[in-house]
Design a binder for this molecule. Structure first.
Ligand SMILES: Cc1cc2nc3c(=O)[nH]c(=O)nc-3n(C[C@H](O)[C@H](O)[C@H](O)COP(=O)(O)OP(=O)(O)OC[C@H]3O[C@@H](n4cnc5c(N)ncnc54)[C@H](O)[C@@H]3O)c2cc1C
Length: 419
């Protein structure tokens, strides 16, 4: 058995774990990061990277995002189209696109890139830092508390890592979050998702808009089409796990039926064909506040259940929580207090930054249960520029998201009479 001692051990080198290691390296703090997979590896996902990913990675190094935006592994994404249950569409640009193609490329508000490529891109960045020790192909299974932190041991017993601090980014099925953090899967705060890679889907909007379809026979779930590089698409469905269980829904059958059943989609899939099989994975939603840290540990990303309950977006919050955990680790290591009290600032910082938007998204998730209301908002937004602009800045402007939580704000916006 190999034994490694370190101040910080990170479990998982997905976007959350990788971002944590990079921000620690920026602060001059060495760490060990371990993943059970060998990169490049697939991760079932919609593959859409939001403006938040861009915003936080820019804090690490702007040139990383610039490199990504020029890499053939990604498509620049300029907006989102919502399709209401009555089939009315609402297209919202994330930002106004500059006319000059070079300028546009340099400032794309979001990206779509297969996770097999994006995660490997991030792991390649880890390898550039001498202070980051990366172990791939090591499945960490046992977590033993010690007087000074944790000893994490691999399933085959070949590696043990002794550290003062564990940062758990091992994803939706994290055993650390369950056994040490005490987090359980709660079906009403959890979503089931399926992904299907396709080629030949037509009707993709200029600017590579991602599409979220709220189909009348598939509520409160949603269907998506996200364009990918080389003309392929990521197609999928998501629905809260309690509805899936209660209504005994077979998501795989639903997904196969959706693309033939609705005429507007059937036309677009007429000459399209799948390029792999349907694959599924869980999405732990951030619709419930949880305890994210304790003595000598912090949970990040999906291990901390931080996925947006409306859009299913989790990469941005994984990277943001990685950044926040690295800042908290710095403070705690400097003060020497790695107790639950010394790390509590992490929970506070996460919910200060994300609490408002997770709450708002939870309300919007509930709105989807009322198709008439959804139809009304889409209709109104298509006729009211202020409302459209409001939704556009929602993707970037946090203060505005706060204002959106006030019922009076909606009231004024929706019933102002301005069309
Ligand atoms: C169907 C679907 C569609 C989605 N679409 C989107 C989308 O379009 N945009 C978006 O932003 N989010 C989307 N999400 C959510 C997104 O995939 C996650 O929020 C994101 O991957 C979280 O990153 P993470 O780093 O926390 O965890 P992960 O990406 O899951 O990484 C965890 C890492 O930990 C490793 N690991 C696990 N167990 C161990 C162990 N025992 N020992 C060592 N290593 C371990 C894994 O190999 C993995 O590399 C989607 C999710 C699903 C399921």
């Amino acid at each position: 058995m190999t034994t490694v001692s370190t101040e910080v051990c990170i479990l998982g080198a997905g976007p959350g774990g990788a971002a944590t290691a990079l921000f620690l390296a920026k602060e001059g703090i060495p760490c060990v990061i371990v993943d059970k997979a060998v990169f490049p590896r697939d991760k079932i996902c919609g593959d859409a990277l939001s403006g938040k990913v861009v915003e936080i990675l820019n804090r690490y190094d702007r040139s990383l995002v610039e490199r990504l935006s020029r890499d053939a592994i990604q498509l620049n994404c300029w907006g989102v189209t919502f399709v209401a249950p009555n089939l009315e569409e609402l297209s919202i640009p994330f930002r106004n696109k500059p006319k000059d193609p070079e300028e546009a490329r340099a400032m794309a508000p979001g990206f779509i890139t297969r996770r097999i490529d994006f995660d490997a891109f991030m792991v390649d960045e880890l390898k550039k830092h001498a202070s980051i020790q990366l172990f791939e192909g090591v499945d960490m299974q046992t977590y033993t508390r010690t007087a000074t932190g944790f000893t994490c041991t691999s399933a085959d017993g070949s590696l043990e890592i002794k550290s003062r601090l564990v940062i758990d980014g091992s994803g939706a099925h994290s055993q650390f979050a369950k056994k040490i953090g005490g987090l359980e899967v709660e079906k009403e705060h959890h979503c089931a998702g399926l992904r299907w890679y396709y080629e030949g889907v037509t009707g993709i909007k200029e600017g590579n808009y991602i599409e979220l379809h709220f189909l009348k026979d598939f509520l409160p779930g949603y269907f998506w089409i996200f364009p990918l590089p080389n003309g392929q698409c990521n197609v999928g469905v998501g629905m809260r796990s309690d509805y899936v269980s209660k209504k005994r829904i077979n998501l795989k059958t639903e997904l196969q039926e959706i693309i033939t059943k609705y005429p507007q989609l059937a036309e677009r899939f007429k000459n399209a064909k799948p390029v792999d099989s349907i694959k599924g994975y869980g999405l732990p939603l951030g619709s419930k506040k949880r305890k994210l840290s304790g003595d000598h540990y912090m949970l990040i990303g999906d291990a901390a259940s931080l996925i947006d309950p409306f859009t299913g977006e989790g990469i941005g919050n994984a990277i943001l929580s990685g950044y926040t955990a690295a800042q908290q680790a710095k403070t705690a290591l400097e003060s020497g207090d790695l107790s639950a009290a010394g790390l509590k600032g992490y929970d506070l910082a996460i919910y200060r930054r994300l609490g408002g938007e997770l709450n708002l998204s939870y309300r919007m998730q509930k709105l989807v249960r009322f198709p008439w209301l959804f139809n009304f908002v889409v209709k109104k937004a298509n006729r009211n520029k202020t409302l459209r602009d409001t939704i556009m800045v929602m993707f970037e402007d946090i203060d505005l998201r706060d204002r959106l939580r006030r019922p009076s704000f909606y009231f004024k916006l929706l019933f102002s009479g301005k069309n």
